[in-house]
Write a protein that binds this ligand. Structure first.
Ligand SMILES: NC(=O)c1ccc[n+]([C@@H]2O[C@H](COP(=O)([O-])OP(=O)(O)OC[C@H]3O[C@@H](n4cnc5c(N)ncnc54)[C@H](O)[C@@H]3O)[C@@H](O)[C@H]2O)c1
Length: 368
């Protein structure tokens, strides 16, 4: 198959959809990979490394789109990319169509085969192509919390780890899923005193077992959230209710009573955020102070570490990329129910129930 990888054009997006090692395997399987010049530079992969892996360098994005049967991307198509999409072309990327009617209409109109990373779903309900970015955001949240707590950024001027004779910071993590667990591992590793709250008892039991005493697990309810927030230096929010907006678990009045110069890192901001005082920020201008508490609410945290994020993302996507290339999309989906759930649009029709329900449109089944 002829596979194309354009450079991402969304502002500040430096990730790329494939690493040189992925290209090596694809070319060993007799696929042809076209990559736009400079596509990997933001993630630290030079054109030379891609060439050595067997890719063909292409000067313009138009050429990549024009010549490829399958286009691999990180973010959804935007701007000029709409006019380059071709009927019957596979586009494998994050789509998040339920949040974007215009994009949905454009994909339908161009009759592409749109496969969204975010809706690929395993039998146990987990989302294998979303999880790596939650892991990155969770681990990064501790680093960003440390930054917020520095005095020059409005924080109370404490070091998360403490030093001999000075107590470490107290960190509360609300939500013990993928991001929450990643945050707990980093926070406890650095020596902070960590509590983690979740509504699912079994999840708390799992966390207690694997973290063997390094974090305190607490049932999530309003009273416990209040107590933990009031006593914490850093609160990290990682709650997710699939398909819904994040619940507002931290009221403005609670933020007002938190320690002066404490911090909230609201990872759930991409679903609206868990604190009433949270509002989306950008990688270029990530923090603000409200009610005396420093807030970090960046909606695309993995973009801060594009190399790690690229490798983590492509580790997860590659098996699906290879299956699509080797077998064609119909056979690959017929053999893999998780990948089938990734199909969002095909031949001008919606194939994903959640997207169809969101827009009140009919959902179709592909003939696999
Ligand atoms: N800002 C970013 O750049 C970024 C990057 C990646 C992920 N995210 C977001 O991070 C959030 C977490 O993602 P995830 O993959 O860890 O989700 P997940 O489903 O693995 O975990 C969410 C957890 O929240 C728990 N939860 C639900 N309601 C709760 C409540 N009231 N109190 C406490 N816990 C509750 C669930 O039981 C679950 O364990 C999502 O909103 C995701 O979109 C943001």
């Amino acid at each position: 198959m002829k596979i194309g990888v354009p450079k991402e054009i969304k502002p500040a997006e430096k990730r790329v959809a494939i690493t040189p090692s992925g290209i090596r395997v694809l070319t060993e399987h007799n696929h042809q990979v076209l990559i736009e010049k400079g596509a990997g530079l933001g993630a630290g992969f030079t054109d030379e490394v891609y060439l050595m892996a067997g890719a063909e360098l292409v000067d313009t994005p138009e050429q990549v789109w024009e010549e490829s049967e399958m286009v691999l991307k990180v973010k959804e198509p935007i701007g000029p990319e709409f006019k380059w999409m071709k009927p019957g072309q596979i586009i494998f990327t994050y789509l998040h169509l339920a949040a974007d009617r215009e994009l949905t209409d454009r994909l339908l109109k161009r009759r592409v085969i749109g496969i969204g990373y975010e809706t690929v779903q395993l039998r146990d309900g987990t989302l294998p192509l979303l999880a790596p970015m939650s892991e990155v955001a969770g681990a990064l949240s501790v680093q960003m919390g440390a930054y917020c707590l520095e005095a020059r950024n409005g924080g109370m001027g404490i070091l998360l780890s403490g030093v001999p004779g000075v107590r470490p910071a107290r960190i509360t993590i609300i939500g013990g899923g993928v991001a929450g667990m990643a945050a707990a591992i980093v926070a406890s590793g650095i020596g902070a005193r960590v509590s983690i709250l979740d509504i699912h008892h079994a999840r708390l039991g799992y966390i207690r077992d694997v973290m063997s005493g390094r974090v305190v697990t607490i049932n999530s309810n309003p009273a416990n959230i209040e107590e933990e927030c009031l006593n914490s230096d850093l609160v990290i929010c990682t709650v997710l209710i699939p398909g819904a907006k994040a619940p507002k678990l931290i009221s403005r009045s609670l933020v007002k009573r938190m320690k002066l110069g404490s911090a909230i890192v609201d990872i759930s901001i991409d679903q609206g955020g868990c604190a009433e005082t949270s509002r989306p920020t950008t990688l270029d201008d990530p923090i603000y102070t409200e009610e005396g508490v420093v807030h970090y609410c960046v909606t695309n945290m993995p973009g801060a570490v594009p190399r790690t994020s690229t490798i983590a993302l492509t580790n997860a996507t590659f098996a699906y990329v290879l299956a699509l290339a080797d077998k064609g999309w119909k056979k690959a989906m017929a053999e893999n129910a998780a990948l089938r759930l990734g199909l969002n649009v095909y031949d001008g029709k919606i194939m994903c129930k959640a997207v169809a329900d969101t827009f009140g449109l009919e959902c179709f089944e592909p003939d696999l």
